[in-house]
Write a protein of this length. Structure first.
Length: 203
């Protein structure tokens, strides 16, 4: 994968600010979080930043992005998403899907959805619309953000000068995570269904 000039310049700009630039780049997600985290790993490889701090700031940045999306759902509602979602790279159909998941299965999907492409950002919006308890939201989102940050920063460090091939090299690692997340989602959904069956509404 070869970076376009614009993406390269954005990366240089945000990482030129050090750890805070990484945090800001992830919170706003001008470019995909995987790329920002991998580039942070490359900076660790170069000795410009520390591995542990890169992971910490990367995790906080990923979490902040979810808080922003949660706030959009909480204060802007569905009408805001339908009108401006395209600028956030979030499609209404993805919000529709995650909203149905959230309404049917509850806040636990916030964690499992973090590892599923496309819906991992969208799930925060229905959480905000539903006014999910903020402490639970931060807990589930934070627990999911930690392994994500560790994986891509570590891969970026390992790849070194070849960090730009992150999408290709990450596949063997992200696919098991994806299948694991889907498995957890199925277990969670089944447990919810069984609970409802044993305790039907009105009893």
């Amino acid at each position: 994968m070869q970076m376009g000039d614009i993406i390269s310049r954005v990366l240089e700009l945000i990482t030129g600010m050090g750890y805070w630039g990484i945090l800001l780049g992830l919170a706003l997600e001008v470019i995909p979080s995987e790329i920002v985290l991998a580039y942070a790993g490359y900076l660790v490889y170069q000795g410009q930043i520390n591995l542990i701090e890169a992971v910490i700031f990367g995790t906080i940045g990923c979490l902040l992005q979810q808080v922003i999306l949660y706030a959009i759902g909480l204060y802007g509602g569905r009408s805001f998403v339908d009108k401006y979602g395209k600028y956030l790279h979030i499609k209404s159909k993805h919000v529709d899907m995650t909203e149905r998941w959230f309404q049917k299965y509850g806040g636990g999907v916030v964690f499992t959805s973090r590892f599923i492409p496309v819906v991992r950002q969208a799930i925060s919006i229905p959480a905000g619309i539903a006014k999910m308890n903020i402490v639970k939201f931060l807990l589930f989102s934070g627990l999911a953000s930690i392994p994500w940050a560790i994986l891509f920063v570590s891969l970026g460090k390992t790849l070194g000068e070849n960090w730009e091939t992150i999408n290709e090299k990450a596949a063997p690692y992200t696919q098991p995570i994806l299948w694991g997340a889907i498995g957890l989602m199925l277990i969670y959904v089944l447990s919810k269904a069984l609970t409802r069956k044993k305790n039907p509404p009105g009893k």
